[in-house]
Design a protein around this ligand. Structure first.
Ligand code: HEM
Length: 417
């Protein structure tokens, strides 16, 4: 008798019909929240054609993830064709702990103050170029693509500098930008094919053979000096730039939409005293993360689990619903309203706010991501007026929710900036 049958004698599966939850969510983003309100925070359905169990609510999700960590494996990219070992998001146990500790130790010595001026410069140059470029009316959604491409170039350059140490204006940065375009031309390269293997190999060669990388202040040099860069760590650094640049581009796209919709906040950032500007910008960024950029954590159930009296059979896809947890009225008053001030008065929401994860896989770049996004926002606010058309209603893109494809940003440079 299978273990599922054995369990099913004494323990029930969670409530819910076997509906196609991913399809339902595409037409109504509040699907998971509505189901949680109707049948409770743990329910079943199907996602991508697989049996799935969903959990809504940070407290309950944290308990599940910490009580059953050994049986829950994060769903992530299969990098086996690229480098030995796994992508950090998918690692477990002691090896995960040691790689993570090394990464966080290295990150702790990255000096953001040294990198900040060139980050500002990268953003400013690309925003100015965007102002000057003209849209092509023959290309459908051209403005959308131009803005998206601009944000992609900005986030890729920032992360290649921060993680891989390529200086602005250097040949190394130029070469890596070209190779990353080949690695994932249209979005994160989730499925690794021959093109990705080829581009990855050339990025790796470029980094291991570059004479300039020694002088740089990037994370890779710091880790290398600490003796931490083996083939697995190198692969992780290369691929975290790939996934991170799209996470950041998604965030920057949402930021630009909220910036256009809320000019009062842009004026507030522009006119704040220098020591307050970053505080206001960070509050704005956190509110955007809460409202739109954080969505879900996915786990593969490796062994039968019993949680809250329900059976999670081996082979289940687990979805931890973060977007929904961020709309909890108990944690956030008027949860659908854009109110950055909630992050001004209270910088942390503890259990309630979790855009960077909920367990031992918590994003090591959380603070950096907020800092980089607030640098982008401050540059946007101080040098440009932004307006936008379209973008409503938001749509489920290949990986994340996004403004509708007709979203287009218009930038006008403010004189004398
Ligand atoms: C908008 C910005 C970002 C968001 C919202 C974000 C979110 C997350 C989340 C939710 C996780 C946990 C995944 C899970 O538990 O399954 C995670 C993990 C991770 N993130 Fe980020 N991230 C962002 C930017 C970045 C960037 C820029 C990098 C690096 C360049 C990065 C590198 C990582 C790594 C290496 C992990 C795995 C950590 C581990 O497994 O121990 N992230 N991120």
């Amino acid at each position: 008798m299978s273990s599922v049958l054995a369990w099913s004698k004494s323990v029930k599966l969670p409530p819910g019909k076997l509906s196609r939850l991913d399809e339902m969510e595409r037409s109504d983003r509040r699907t998971f929240q509505t189901l949680a309100n109707q049948i409770g925070p743990v329910f079943k359905g199907t996602i991508d054609g697989r049996f799935a169990i969903c959990v809504v609510g940070n407290k309950i999700a944290r308990r599940l993830l910490s009580n059953h960590s050994a049986a829950l494996k994060p769903v992530t990219i299969d990098v086996s064709r690229l480098f030995p070992g796994e992508f950090m998001r998918g690692m477990q146990g002691e090896f995960h702990k040691s790689q993570r500790v090394a990464l966080i130790k290295g990150l702790g010595t990255v000096n953001m103050d040294v990198l900040k001026p060139s980050m500002h410069q990268i953003i400013r140059e690309h925003l100015e170029a965007y102002c000057k470029s003209k849209s092509n009316p023959a290309r459908r959604y051209d403005d959308f693509y131009r803005w998206s491409d601009t944000l992609s170039v900005i986030t890729s350059s920032m992360l290649i500098q921060l993680v891989l140490g390529a200086k602005p204006g250097s040949k190394l940065l130029h070469d890596l930008m070209r190779l990353y375009r080949e690695l994932g031309p249209n979005g994160v390269a989730w499925n690794v094919g021959d093109k990705q293997v080829d581009a990855y190999q050339r990025i790796s060669d470029c980094l291991t053979q570059s004479p300039t990388i020694e002088d740089a202040k990037g994370l890779i040099t710091i880790l290398s000096n600490q003796g931490q860069v083996d083939a697995n760590m190198l692969g992780n650094l290369i691929y975290m730039v790939e996934t991170g640049r799209y996470d950041m581009r998604g965030l920057f796209r949402w930021i630009s939409k909220y910036a256009a919709d809320n000019p009062i906040w842009m004026t507030r950032i522009r006119t704040s005293e220098p020591d307050q500007r970053a505080v206001v910008a960070k509050a704005f960024v956190q509110e955007v993360l809460r409202l739109d950029q954080s969505e879900r954590l996915m786990r593969e159930v490796l062994d039968d689990i019993v949680f809250e009296g329900f059976l999670f059979p081996k082979g289940t896809l687990l979805r931890v619903c973060m977007w929904e947890a961020h709309k909890d009225e108990q944690a956030f008053e008027k949860p659908f309203a854009f109110r950055p001030e909630r992050f001004l008065s209270e910088q942390t929401f503890g259990e309630g706010f979790s855009p960077f994860g909920l367990d031992q896989h918590l994003c090591p770049f959380a603070v950096f991501s907020i800092n980089l996004a607030s640098i982008f926002l401050m540059e946007l606010a101080s040098g440009f007026e932004i307006s936008a058309t379209g973008g409503e209603p938001s749509v489920r893109g290949p990986y994340h929710w996004e403004p509708a494809p007709d979203f287009s940003a218009r930038l006008t440079q403010i004189k004398n900036t």
